[in-house]
Ligand binder design. Sequence first.
Ligand code: DAH
Length: 349
Amino acid sequence: MENKKIEEVKNLIEQDKSTVTNLKNLNDLKVKYLGKKGIISELTSEIKNIPNEEKKNFGQKVNEIRNIFNDFYKKKKEEIETDILNEKLSSETIDISLPATKIRQGAPNILEKLIEEVEEVFMSMGYDVVDGPEVEEDKYNFEMLNIPKGHPARDAQDTFYIKGEEILLRSQTSPVQVRTMLKGKGEIPIRVICPGKTYRRDDDDATHSHQFMQIEGLLIDHDISLSDLKGTIDVIVKKLFGEKVETRFRPSYYQFTEPSVEVDISCFNCNGDGCHICKHTGWITIAGAGIVHPNVLKMSGYDPKNWSGFAFGFGAERMAMLKYDIEDCRIFYNTDLRESKFFDRKEAE
Ligand code: DAH
């Protein structure tokens, strides 16, 4: 009789097992079997009514059932909890295969890069990099550079006037020469370069711009000659365009230098054979230069009997256009990332 009951409960547990799908079912089942009035609990309380000789056997059977249920309960609980966790994990997964939003990175402006390169070479030769105002006085931009009012050389440097005839946008970086000499008070040697913006009343096209950049240089010391100038220019030219490139001076005329020269370099592209960059001449003009005119020294407080010097002026856009084979200078001033990136890549090659 008692054994039959045990068997029935066993079968009932087996049947109930398959109905469990969640934690609530499982706990309900626990109450059904092990709760105060649960089936197994009731069997346990019956033990005391069983005749002594069967007590042990019956007790063991009840324990067996309890263990069966407990084992099932423990296993099922773990199983359900694992399922819940897995479901949670998969519903909250971040799809790392999704491509991230691209961060567009800029590149240094090619003109800025060239100027920095030039600055570094000159600094390594002991030069300081100095600045001057873009809104300049006629006095510094022209007069103290030996270009008095009415001088025909002014025509080539027609610029924008800010106030009357005296305040203008500088048409060249050469006024920084005057400002630097005035600071030196005729007493100390000078070695400076001055890169900066300049302005002229020009119509913009592929090779002209109303605003462009120059890199001015000035050295004042004792017994300075054209060969000092040539040696210095040669260093920067070789650094920028390659060791094989040669420098040549052609006679020229500037009001603030005497003698004055045009600086040509042998074509770095064709080694002088002739190509589109050197316009089939084998040579490229990259700067104006010369020995500082005694009048300029005098006007700025340096005694020409005691001091001498050289000066030069590079066109920054022109140098960059040559170096990177650029045909239109307007690209330096538009902000198209594709262009700066292109030159950045070209540089890395
Ligand atoms: N300032 C001149 C120009 O804009 C360039 C130049 C020529 C600068 C000769 C110099 C120099 O310092 O010595 O055309």
